[in-house]
Write a protein that binds this ligand. Structure first.
Ligand code: PLP
Length: 306
């Protein structure tokens, strides 16, 4: 999609932090990612406006081609875009499409992995003209990692160009996997599988939160957010603790058998300041007992490096 929408030098706006792999994709395409202030309810619409105002003043509005958002339990923070902000984001995109059409790419990778509360309407469902939102879904989180099958919903005029470009890049999605996915979806096994996953991941999330209360809460300046879904917990450490791969904590944690993703990887170089004192934990793979042991190790590592 990005390859279809963007030329080198074009701009995509995103949250701070955002999914790191999309940042790599943009870098490959020589697309500028600019992050916008984001809080625990997602991207802040007034800051989105301010960023677009600034770009317009710098004569760069015509280069803005998209806003990329993970709208449910995002990677890395587990944040869901608040319901009341959803229409606002679309309105901002519409208002500032004076020079180039600003699309909204809605990545819903974690929508089905909800552990608390009720589902909320997608941006796509609010796009009444069906001409702005590009929805990207994957079965990698809800069914099986590595299945490499997903789906997209696109404005009609983009379907042909995006499919052509996709074919140039991957020469088609794996046929066998698509048949397997089709069989699962055509049966009633998919919903039952999701229910089982939710149950198992909820228990793992709760194991990590309980361990965080025990191991991290006593440490000064350590905070984390409670995700209502997804696979991640975002932890903020005191400002002087460098969580990066060259920092002390990363190696001390590894010696404790704990691998985290340094928070700085999730920030593009433009926009909001890159936070170097955060880390992303995943509760997806480990058992609850493994999570508890890992959190004890992480607690010791943070203590040693604070
Ligand atoms: C936000 C987000 N989008 C997309 C993906 C990728 O999904 P797939 O494995 O189908 O490429 C991930 C995987 O980590 C993700 O976190």
């Amino acid at each position: 999609v990005l390859d279809t929408l963007c030329d080198p030098g074009d701009i995509v706006l995103c949250t701070a932090p955002t999914y790191l792999v999309i940042l790599g994709t943009m870098a490959n395409l020589r697309v500028r990612a600019i992050s916008v202030r984001t809080d625990d309810e997602g991207i802040v619409p007034s800051d989105l406006t301010a960023t677009l105002q600034r770009l317009a003043a710098a004569n760069e509005l015509s280069r803005v081609k998209a806003i990329y958002l993970v709208t449910y339990f995002d990677n890395p923070r587990g944040v869901t875009l608040a319901t009341q902000r959803r229409q606002q984001v679309l309105d901002v995109a519409c208002k500032w499409s004076r020079q180039s059409k600003i699309r909204v790419i809605e990545d819903i990778a974690y929508r089905e992995l909800r552990y608390d509360g009720e589902d909320v309407p997608s941006l796509l469902s609010l796009d009444k003209e069906a001409d702005r939102v590009i929805l990207a879904g994957t079965f990698s989180k809800s069914f099986s990692p590595g299945i490499r099958v997903g789906w997209g919903v696109l404005p009609a005029e983009l379907i042909g160009p995006v499919l052509d470009q996709k074919g140039n890049i991957d020469f088609g999605s794996p046929n066998f996997n698509q048949h397997a996915m089709y069989q699962v979806l055509a049966s009633d096994r998919y919903d039952a599988h999701i229910e089982r996953l939710r149950h198992a991941y909820r228990a793992k999330r709760d194991a990590m939160l309980t361990a965080a209360d025990q191991e991290l809460a006593p440490l000064d300046g350590v905070h984390w957010e409670i995700p209502g879904g997804g696979l991640y917990i975002w932890v903020e450490l005191p400002e002087h603790v460098d969580t990066g791969p060259q920092g002390q904590l990363f190696n001390v944690a590894l010696e404790e058998g704990v691998l985290y993703v340094p928070g700085e990887f999730f920030f593009p170089s433009e926009g909001e300041p890159r936070q170097t004192n955060c880390l992303r934990l995943s509760f997806g793979v480990q058992t609850p007992a493994g999570i508890a042991a890992g959190m004890r190790g992480l607690g010791r590592a943070i203590q040693a490096c604070s």
